[in-house]
Design a protein around this ligand. Structure first.
Ligand SMILES: [Zn+2]
Ligand SMILES: [Zn+2]
Length: 280
């Protein structure tokens, strides 16, 4: 049995930052107080706001509650591709209503996941995933909010479905994990690319090459916490306060000044999600 690693120490503060994609419930945000603690901790190192992202119906209702509890939290709601088999007439109606909630700033995470398709009996089928993805694309266009994409081992198919369906005005490729070729195609289409701790991993040369071709105005940063803790704390529990580790690593990869990069990605998050960090 592997020993659970302790949480990473606080990074040097880097402000302003917005965690463009995290999962507060899975980070231990059981109630309003626990959520406030996670945000206080993040705020102490410069991470002034987060977008908490839902995986399923229960999580989606919870994400909206969390965004209502705390002005530093916004929500994104959808069925994760692995849960695409939960899409029924009933859940579709509820998801459509949730997407219109004023503190829901994106439809996501939706997309395609061919990794779990091969490895989990609980994973929605290929047909269910594509059906749900197309339905969420249409919903994002209908409500005029960004589409937040989850992609695992499905980059080519995903871009083809998006082109076929017609992408909404704002598309965010969360936890971008593809190579330079796919990155260029996303950039050409005007999609935003959000980088997580994986860009800091020591074996991430291809992903780092991809990060270098993204123009500053299309860059976002995220934790995807509680997973994907940045180097050198890979394997330890992740939380929004760990975001500065990833931003410094990304700045080094792109030869950017970390403070400039922080200002840029935060301006991007505010513009793309249509939000403003609460003044401290
Ligand atoms: Zn995801
Ligand atoms: Zn996620």
């Amino acid at each position: 049995m592997s020993k659970r690693k302790p949480p990473p120490p606080d990074p040097e503060p880097l402000a302003p930052l917005i965690d463009a994609h995290t999962h507060l419930a899975a980070c231990g945000g059981r109630d309003a107080e626990a959520v406030a603690q996670i945000l206080d901790h993040a705020g102490a190192v410069g991470v002034g706001g987060v977008v908490t992202v839902a995986d399923d119906m229960v999580d989606a209702r919870w994400a909206i509650a969390a965004a209502d509890w705390d002005s530093r939290v916004w929500a994104a709601t959808a069925l994760h591709p692995t849960h695409a088999d939960d899409l029924t007439d009933e859940t579709a109606d509820e998801l459509a209503a949730m997407a219109r909630h004023p503190r829901v700033v994106a439809v996501g995470e939706t997309g395609l996941d061919w990794y779990w398709l091969e490895r989990s009996d609980d994973c929605a089928s290929k047909v269910q995933q594509e059906h749900s993805f197309r339905w969420h694309i249409a919903l994002a266009k209908e409500v005029g909010k960004p589409l937040m994409i989850h992609n695992r081992d499905a980059g080519r198919d995903l871009l083809d479905v998006l082109a076929d369906e017609g992408a909404p005005e704002t598309v965010i490729m969360h936890c971008f994990s593809e190579d330079e070729t796919i990155a260029r195609e996303c950039v050409d289409r005007g999609y935003a690319l959000s980088f997580s701790g994986t860009v800091s991993f020591t074996n991430a040369a291809a992903l780092q090459a991809a990060a270098r071709v993204v123009p500053p105005e299309l860059l976002l940063v995220e934790t995807d916490a509680p997973f994907l803790t940045p180097h050198p704390h890979r394997g330890a529990p992740n939380q929004p306060y760990c975001l500065p580790y990833t931003v410094r690593s990304l700045a080094q990869t792109r030869c950017d000044d970390p403070a400039d990069l922080a200002r840029q990605v935060t301006a991007n998050a505010e513009r793309l999600y249509g939000i403003a960090l609460p003044s401290a």
